[in-house]
Write a protein that binds this ligand. Structure first.
Ligand code: F6P
Length: 328
């Protein structure tokens, strides 16, 4: 099966996400299965430039499938964005005899891999790991499902106190440019309103919707806001605006922050990571390069990097409609 590839490197890069360890484990064990040497690269491209590698075998990844974060650590490397940085990275690969690598990360990490491949023809495959689920070519990125479960669990708790005090809560969730977490967790947690960057609801419509909620007999409300939403400057500004215009509401804000990136991965993320790791390594061994592995119609399929990094995965419009119906 191996088209000349004897040593594979694996790294995690960019913002970490639950399931990255399960993916590292899968890459390492698939290499062991095919009798290929595997090297872990610490701290993403930063560690690559410095040659911070560790030899990994099937046993070295024991006990990590259930762990959040990444045992290989992660970083966002400025140096790898320069030609000089990438030249150093290539030297390190040559020195270690590594002839292909798997990068687990988001679109920035894939863009770096693509440029590196164009410059050096170096074989590379990507596994999408980010809680934001913003990558074209996969319905799910690693960590997204876990993050959704975390958010829903926390909102359930916030709802308990919101309803005890008849309060309105703005809950800010992650999603710098996209609203996938906000929309899906919002529907899952029964939010009254969901604010995402893809849909400009506008402050007036938000007030109308909150007024309707009150009139329909709701005593407390949860509004889920994606951090990239643009209708207010910040979630605290939204709070002030609503309090100024609707004295009937006592408003509180809860910013969930980085807790969404941590925790033990869900079963879905562990299984997905295992499947993706196998596909990434076997694709390299088949001589493929410059692709991201992704989940499409429950099949693990390949998407060329240039398509995966082009634009952001689109929001599910039908789910937006479902959300509107649920808050009638
Ligand atoms: O992992 C993606 C993401 O969660 C974004 O939604 C968020 O804006 C960003 O990471 C924050 O990352 P950091 O604090 O690592 O810069």
């Amino acid at each position: 099966m191996s088209k000349g590839i004897k040593k594979i490197g694996v790294m995690t890069s960019g913002g970490d996400s639950p399931g990255m360890n399960a993916a590292v484990r899968s890459v390492v064990r698939t290499c062991a299965y095919h009798k290929i040497e595997c090297y872990g690269i610490y701290r993403g491209y930063e560690g690559l430039i410095e040659g911070d590698f560790v030899k990994m075998d099937a046993r070295s990844v024991k006990g990590i499938i259930n762990k959040g974060g990444t045992v290989l650590k992660s970083a966002r490397s400025k140096e790898f964005r320069t030609k000089e940085g990438r030249a150093k990275a290539h030297e390190q690969f040559v020195k270690a005899g590594i002839d292909g690598f798997v990068v687990i990360g988001g679109d920035g990490s894939f863009t770096g891999a693509m440029v590196f491949n164009q410059e050096y023809g170096f074989p590379v495959m990507g596994i999408p790991g980010t809680i934001d689920n913003d990558i074209v070519g996969t319905t799910h990125t690693l960590g997204y499902d876990t993050a959704l479960n975390t958010v829903v669990e926390v909102i359930d708790k916030i709802r308990d106190t919101a309803s005890s005090h008849n309060r309105l809560f703005f809950v800010e969730v992650m999603g710098r440019d996209v609203g996938h977490i906000a929309l899906n967790a919002g529907v899952g947690a029964g939010a009254e309103e969901i604010l995402i960057p893809e849909e400009d609801l506008g402050l007036e419509r938000l007030l109308d919707s909150l007024r309707r909620s009150k009139q329909s007999g709701k005593s407390s409300s949860i509004v889920v806001v994606a951090e990239g939403d643009k209708i207010g400057k910040s979630v605290f500004e939204l709070k002030d605006y609503v309090e100024e215009n609707m004295s009937e509401y006592e408003v509180r804000v809860s910013v969930l922050g980085h807790m969404q990136r941590g925790g033990s991965p869900s079963c879905f993320d562990r299984v997905l990571a295992s499947r993706m790791g196998v596909k990434a390594v076997e694709s390299l061994l088949e001589g493929k390069s410059n692709y991201m592995v992704g989940l499409k119609n429950d099949l693990i399929e390949l998407t060329p990097f240039d398509q995966a990094v082009k634009g952001k995965a689109k929001i599910d419009k039908e789910l937006l409609r479902v959300s509107d119906i649920m808050t009638v």
